[in-house]
Design a protein around this ligand. Structure first.
Ligand code: SF4
Ligand code: SF4
Length: 333
């Protein structure tokens, strides 16, 4: 009989000790020997130390470490002359790492889909009630925003790309679980160490900076919202999120509880707006209505996430992005 206590320990170690499904999900991708091996990599240890801890011959331990790295359950920290492995540390690593494993089964992905429908809403509601700091943040589209000396890296996707040492593109983990027809899948950009990791693991392809900018523009045209980790600096990834499958807004009514808005909002020039309603269709967050004088568009500041998708396709350039939110809305790293 399967020893579920190992999987329970893994679930607890990523903050999901109360989940009924997370231990089962671990059991789908790691047999008991592998689960023991992963648990033995906390604190970080060399493969020799883990082999001694779990009683495996070194050659088998090396193969197991390589396989668990590919599965997204072990990570590596490299120093000159030494590689240490460490156990996955949080839920995001569990989600993004394991879901993108090359050749992962549909059965495993369907288990994620069920988990998101059955268990995840209670976790989301608890996070919302606790007013937890949003983990992600909207980055506005790649347009010239109003000249502002306080524009930071987190405000400007071109700066993020420019400052990255290396960029890789991977599949979107949310749309890998819930495929969305006609929405591109390979659009999530990993930066610096995260790019090294994705390329090393075989889940990412290196992009030049010009290719990264082209990808950003393509995502804006098809209508995907840029998001990144919610802190000041460069961070480690740029996601391109769709309307319905994205975990960054599980309930769009409370989108700001889960993902911080950018510092910008969209503004409509009522003198040039033709009332075509393209912006209404583009907005994920129901922030645009046609309630302006003469049937022109009006933006609801409370709902606007500052993504700029409406700006990209306005046929008469009636929409601009304006920085309205103050510096103190940006969490400090
Ligand atoms: S897309 Fe532009 S022109 Fe059309 S309704 Fe919106 S603001 Fe007005
Ligand atoms: S109105 Fe909607 S589409 Fe436009 S910037 Fe705000 S959230 Fe984005």
């Amino acid at each position: 009989m399967t020893d579920m206590t190992l999987y329970q320990q893994l679930a607890e170690s990523i903050g999901f000790g109360h989940s009924k499904m997370v231990p089962k999900m671990f059991a789908m991708i790691a047999d008991e020997d592998k689960a023991r091996f992963v648990l033995a990599a906390a604190p970080p240890a060399t493969v020799e130390e883990i082999a001694a801890k779990v009683g495996l011959p070194l050659d088998k331990a090396k193969k197991m470490a390589a396989s668990l790295f590919k599965k997204g359950l072990l990570f590596k920290s490299k120093k000159p002359g030494e590689t240490r492995y460490y156990k996955l540390r949080n839920f995001v690593q569990f989600h993004d790492g394991t879901v993108l494993t090359p050749g992962i089964s549909r059965e495993y992905l369907d288990m994620w889909k069920e988990f998101e429908e059955v268990e995840m809403p209670a976790y989301h509601e608890a996070a919302r009630q606790a007013k937890a700091k949003p983990f992600m943040r909207v980055i506005p589209v790649n347009v010239t925003v109003e000249a502002n000396p306080q524009v930071m890296v987190i405000d400007d996707i071109t700066k993020m790309i420019d400052q990255a040492r290396i960029i890789a593109v991977t599949n979107c983990s949310c749309r890998t679980i819930k495929p969305v027809p006609d929405v591109p899948l390979q659009v999530c950009m990993q930066l610096d160490k995260a790019a090294d990791y994705a390329i090393d693991r075989g889940t990412g392809r290196e992009l030049t900076k010009a290719e990264a900018i082209d990808l950003v523009k393509m995502c804006e045209e098809v209508g995907l919202v840029h998001t990144a980790a919610n802190h000041r600096g460069l961070g480690y990834m740029i996601c391109n999120c769709d309307r319905d499958s994205c975990g960054n807004w599980p309930d769009k009514k409370y989108a700001k509880s889960f993902t911080a808005p950018s510092r910008f909002i969209a503004l409509v020039d009522p003198d040039t707006c033709t009332g075509c309603e393209t912006c209404v269709e583009r907005c994920f967050f129901d922030a645009v209505s046609m309630a302006g004088e003469g049937g022109t568009a009006v933006i609801d500041e409370e709902k606007c996430m500052g993504c700029g998708l409406c700006e990209v396709t306005c046929p008469v350039d009636s929409i601009t992005l304006k920085a309205i939110r103050t510096e103190d809305t940006i969490p400090v790293e």
